[in-house]
Design a protein around this ligand. Sequence first.
Ligand code: AGP
Length: 632
Amino acid sequence: MCGIVGYLGYKAIAPLLVESLRTLEYRGYDSSGIAIYNNGTQAINIYKATGKLQNLVDVLPADLLIEPPTKNLQVGIGHIRWATHGAPTVENAHPHHGHHGEVVLVHNGIIENFDELKQVLQGKGYVFNSQTDTETVAHLLEDILKSHHNDFLPAVAELRRQLHGAYALTMMHKQAPGKLYVARQQAPLVIGVGNQGEYWVASDVVALVSHTNQIIYLEDGQYAELSEEGGVKLFGPDNTPVEVKIHTIQTGPLTIDKKGYKHFMLKEIYEQPDVVRNALLERITSETSPVFIANDTPIAEKEAVSIASLTQDVDRVIIIGCGTSYNAGMVAKYLIEELVRMPVEIEAAGEYRYRNPVLNDRCLVIAISQSGETADTLEALRLAIRSGAKTIALTNRPDSTMAREVDGVINVRAGVEVSVCATKSFVAQIVALYLLGMMMCEHRGVTEKLAELPALKKALLTLPVLMEAMLSNVEPLQKLARKYGHYTSMLFIARGVCFPAALEGALKLKEISYIHAEGYSGAELKHGPIALLDESMPVVSLLSDGAVFDKMLSNCQEAKARSAQMIAVTNKAIPHGYETTFDDIISYPACHEWVSPLLGSVPLQLLSYYTAEFLGKDVDQPRNLAKSVTVE
Ligand code: AGP
C-alpha cells in the first residue's frame, strides 16, 4: 500500500530518500513527498507532488539532489501514497505537519477514530489543510507534546493510547533535530542499522536491502527513538523498554529492473518457467523421490518444527487468502482433497476474520499471501493462531509479519514481484501448494493415492519447458487482444481444477484493462449469467483435457447458442462437430490434468497483458490498486 522511508546519517539525504521511495513505488503511487531537517535554518522542509515519483523529483530544489555528503547529520522521512482518506492531491500527500510545524510525520494505515479526534482538535483551534486521517495524528501529537513539556517518547505513549486503528508512523520533531521516532500498530515497519549510528526506516525491507542487512522488525504496539548517540531505544505496548533484536537478513541487493521488457508484468510472466524450477529445487529431485519442504521460518527457535509434522495431527485444512492468493488456494483445495482425502475449506480472509469459525488444534490453517502483509489475511491468521490451530504461511516474503507469527513458513520463491497484477506469484503459490499436498499424501500414507504421485511430480518437473513453449508464440494472443480489446465486458469459464484459473483470468483482465470481467464455472452459466450473453459478450473458455472436457464443450455450445463470441483456450483438439462453436482458438501444450491451471493461466495472463497494452493502460500500476493491501 503506501510506502514509508526514513534516514538518519551522513549521506546526501534527498537522493537517498527518493531512491528508497523508488523501490516502493510499485506499492502505492498516487502522490509522494519527503521532509528533511535543514541544519542551516533549523526548519523541517517538506516537498510534495502528485502522480509518479518523478513529479516529486521535479519539484525538489536542484541543489538538494546533487548535494554531496556533508559533515552535518542528515535526518529525513519520505512517503509514497495510496489514497484512503481524501483524493490524491498535494495537500493530502504526506508528510503532514502539526499546526505549529513542530511535528512532521508520515503514516501508513487507517486511524479509525480520526473524525472524533479531529472535532476535538478543531474545537481547540487547530486548522486542517487536508482530508487525511494522518493530519489528525500530527496535530494531536503537537497538542499532546504541549502537556508533556515537549518530551517526545511519553507523548508517543499518550498518542498511542488515543489512536484507534492501524498505523506505521515515522516522525520528526523540530526540537529534536538529530532524532527519528517510529511506532507500529498493525502496519509493517522496520529499522535498518548501518555503521556508527546510521539508521534507515522503511515499511518494507525491500527499501533497505541495498543499504544494510541488519534489520530490527518492530512488533505491534512497539515504538522507538533513533539517534546517533542513543542508538535505538525501543518500547513495548506497555511503555516499558524492550531489548533490541537485530536480525541479519540473507537477501543481497535487489535489482528492481525491467531487464529490457516493456513492463514488469511481461517480465514476470516470462520469468515463470524459472520460478517453477526454483520452487521445485531440492523439494522434488525426481519423479520417484519423496517431497521435502523445509520450514523457512525467520524465527530461529521455530526451525525445529518441520512442515511435515505440522500436517500430521490434523483432520481439516482451512486455506485463507485474498484476490489472486485466494484463487491459488482454491486450486489447492481440489488437489489436497483428492490426494490427502481430507476436507479442505477455502476462505476469503476478509470475510473469515469477522465470522466465528469452528477452529481447534486439529485444524491446519494455511495463509496464502504474496506479500505476507495483507491486513485481512493477517487478521484471519491471528484468529486461527488464537484458536490453537496449526498455522503455515505460504508466502513470497519469508521475512514478513505473517511469516514471523506462524508455526511454519513455505517460501514460494517467486522473487520480487513488482507489477501490481500478480502473475508469477500465483504460479509459484500453486506449485508450493501441490508440493504440500503431495508431501501430506506421502507422510500421512494415503496408500490408495501414492501411485498417482510420480506422474504429477514428472509433470511439474517438465512444466518449465512447456511454459517456455507457450511463451515462444504469443502472436495469436496479441491478435486476440486487438480483436476483443474494445469490448466492455467478458466472461471466463472453466470447470474442475481449472475453474479457479478462470476466476484468476477474469481478475487479471479487470485489474489492468478495466474491462468488466467475471469468472464462472461452466456449470453455473445456465443458473443466471447466461442471461447476459449476446454478441456483445465474449466468453473465454479454458478447456483443459481431462475429466470435464466434454462437459465444458456442452457449456460452450450453450453459450454459442446465445450468440456469444466464443474463445477457446485449450490443450486438446476441438472435436468434430464443434467447428462452429468457437470464433477463436488459442492452444497451449498438452499436459497432465493437474498442471492445466498452471499452464492454462499463462495465455490468460498474456491476453490481459496485451489487451491492457493495446488500450494504452498503465499496466504495472493500474489505477486505484496497491501491491500490498495493508489496510482493511
Ligand atoms: C493480484 O493481481 C492482486 N493485485 C491482488 O488480488 C492480490 O493478490 C491480493 O491483494 C492479495 O495479496 P497478497 O497475496 O500479498 O496477500
